[in-house]
Write a protein that binds this ligand. Structure first.
Ligand code: SAH
Ligand code: DHB
Ligand code: MG
Length: 223
């Protein structure tokens, strides 16, 4: 059996036993696909990981950069208390519209707010509102801007905050120094920023599964 096929089968096994999609999550993926959105949401096992990380954080406030159809948003928002808040930033009005419907069907529209526009415009506006610190920031948008997103995440979190970046491995491209694509350069700059920043303590986890070979970077804001 080829390795990707095996990873897929194992992902299916863990998904069935540990993180199975319910109707609402399955409908979110189905409607995202029907609307022509790219099939790049986190997987179910990854979504469950985000959900558990938010719970371990005791998160009351979550910031997401890159909504797509709201699949990861739903996993994260379900970890929040009823008076919790998730703000998710999305460039594409079309993606945001699909996400709003999926989030409403999940009964999370009173907890989740989708803000449309380039995140580097939405983030300064958000900071101007002087919001209480976010407990978790999930960064999953245009990878070239990853270092800027880490800087903003630092500014918008407090001690003990958790920053999670998706897609830091990209089939190994991160470590192939001859690869100078803007997404890889952005992700490398974000990892190096996490590594040298005095307020951050970070690591990365490689993942395989139905989305192939990729990974997450995790960084905790020091006390
Ligand atoms: N987090 C989602 C997947 C996000 S895909 C999930 O796992 O379910 C990346 C999303 O980032 C896309 O919807 C894309 O439109 C959005 N995006 C790209 N550039 C952006 C930008 N500059 N600002 C905000 N969102 C952006
Ligand atoms: C892409 C983006 C993602 O956030 C992801 O998880 C997978 C793929 C992409 O732009 O190709
Ligand atoms: Mg991603």
């Amino acid at each position: 059996m080829s390795e990707p096929q095996l990873w897929n089968d194992v992902d299916d096994y863990f998904t069935r036993h540990l993180s199975s999609d319910d109707d609402v999550l399955a409908a979110a993926l189905r409607d995202s696909e029907a609307a022509g959105l790219p099939p790049i949401s986190v997987t179910a096992t990854q979504g469950k990981l985000l959900h558990l990380l938010a719970q371990v954080q005791g998160a009351r406030r979550i910031l997401e950069i890159g909504t797509l159809g709201g699949y990861s948003t739903i996993w994260l928002a379900r970890a929040l208390p009823a008076d919790g808040r998730l703000i998710t930033l999305e460039y594409s009005p079309r993606h945001a519209e699909v996400a709003e419907r999926n989030i409403a069907r999940a009964g999370l529209d009173s907890v989740v707010e989708v803000r449309v526009g380039p995140a580097l415009e939405s983030l300064p506006k958000l900071a101007d509102e002087d919001p209480p610190p976010f407990d978790l920031v999930f960064i999953d948008a245009d990878k070239a801007n990853n270092p800027h997103y880490v800087e903003w995440a630092l500014r918008l979190t407090g001690a003990g905050g958790l920053i999670v970046l998706d897609n830091v491995v990209r089939g190994g491209r991160i470590a192939d120094l001859s690869d100078t694509g803007p997404d890889v350069l952005g992700t490398r700059a974000a990892v190096e920023l996490i590594a040298r920043h005095p307020r951050l303590s970070g690591t990365a986890v490689q993942t395989v599964g139905s989305k192939g070979y990729d990974g997450f970077a995790l960084a905790r804001v020091r006390d």
